[in-house]
Design a protein around this ligand. Structure first.
Ligand SMILES: C[S@@+](CC[C@H](N)C(=O)[O-])C[C@H]1O[C@@H](n2cnc3c(N)ncnc32)[C@H](O)[C@@H]1O
Length: 286
């Protein structure tokens, strides 16, 4: 096991509150310096608040959001007039980019299981863009919170056939398999006929399974039926799913698979032609 893997295991062994606290403390000097140097942006949280991945400077956080928007335009044919649903809206990374894109005919709905992320988005983004709505839903996720409600029983609070484009960036990489199946069911219900969902995953097939189970620094050693976990104790830590299993899960909900675009997470040597770290998938309600 590499040093980095041990560090990840240690990180996973902490409670979500401990992780928030350590991150805040670790980035406090940089965050303070950013404030002094005027490098903050009104919509971008300080690095220590960014619990959703690698904390970045305001400039880079905005760039990441722009990149997500480009992916949605390119692969999900996102249009300014669309009504969109951001599943696992986090702390507003994609929403910020969309505020300059979605017009008054369109709308944005996002929800997440971490209250402080949703509070940030409502205080900063919703306040200035009333057609951007963020909801906190207290669903349990063993990486992010200690809530009690089950994601497998969550009925999305949106009406049937109302969404043009649903999307989730790096969310189905942090949920359990039954939860993902249930979310597919809910996405199907709320999408308009012809509507699409764009989601990122860690995907593997027979050719790559052995490699990802032992891959240096980022591996999925725990084998389950059609999926693999990074850590036995934190089941939502990271999940990789067999492409065949995922196709079956989509078929169960009547979805049609439009495309899979491989990311570079499982490259031995990074293929720079690939635009995203995670694998991207687009599926449609026909
Ligand atoms: C890696 S972060 C990505 C956040 C955001 N999509 C982005 O790109 O910045 C994963 C997010 O999924 C959220 N999440 C985890 N389980 C969830 C669930 N059952 N329903 C909705 N969101 C969930 C987490 O709280 C976290 O905000």
């Amino acid at each position: 096991m590499s040093k980095l893997f041990n560090l990840r295991s240690f990180w996973y062994s902490l409670s979500s509150n401990q992780r928030f606290f350590i991150r805040r403390l670790y980035y406090l000097p940089k965050d303070t310096l950013d404030s002094i140097m005027g490098k903050r942006h009104k919509y971008v949280p300080p690095r220590g608040y960014i619990y959703t991945g690698s904390p970045a400077s305001a400039e880079n956080y905005l760039k990441q959001g722009q990149h997500q928007l480009q992916m949605l335009q390119k692969y999900a044919n996102l249009q300014p007039k669309h009504s969109v649903l951001d599943i696992g809206s986090g702390i507003g990374r994609t929403a910020i980019a969309l505020t300059d894109y979605i017009n008054n005919s369109g709308s944005y709905e996002g929800f997440d299981v971490v209250e402080r992320g949703v509070q940030w988005c409502n205080a900063r983004i919703h306040k200035e863009h009333p057609n951007f709505n963020f909801k906190y839903v207290p669903l349990f996720n063993d990486l992010y919170n200690t809530a009690t409600l089950k994601a497998t029983e969550f009925i999305f609070p949106y009406v049937d056939n109302s969404i043009d484009v649903a999307f989730s960036f790096s969310v189905f990489t942090h949920m359990q398999i039954e939860e993902i199946q249930h979310y597919f069911n809910q996405i199907y219900r709320v999408l308009k006929p012809g509507g699409v969902c764009f989601s990122t995953f860690f995907l593997y097939d027979e050719g790559s399974e052995a490699f990802i189970s032992t891959k240096k620094d980022f591996s999925f050693p725990v084998k389950r039926d059609g999926f693999r976990l990074m850590n036995e104790n934190v089941k939502s830590g990271n999940i990789a799913i067999d492409k065949k299993k995922l196709s079956k899960m989509l078929i169960t909900e009547n979805f049609e698979l439009v495309t899979i675009i491989d990311g570079f997470w499982k490259d031995d040597v990074r293929d720079t032609a690939k635009a995203e770290y995670q694998d991207m998938m687009v599926f449609q309600k026909v």
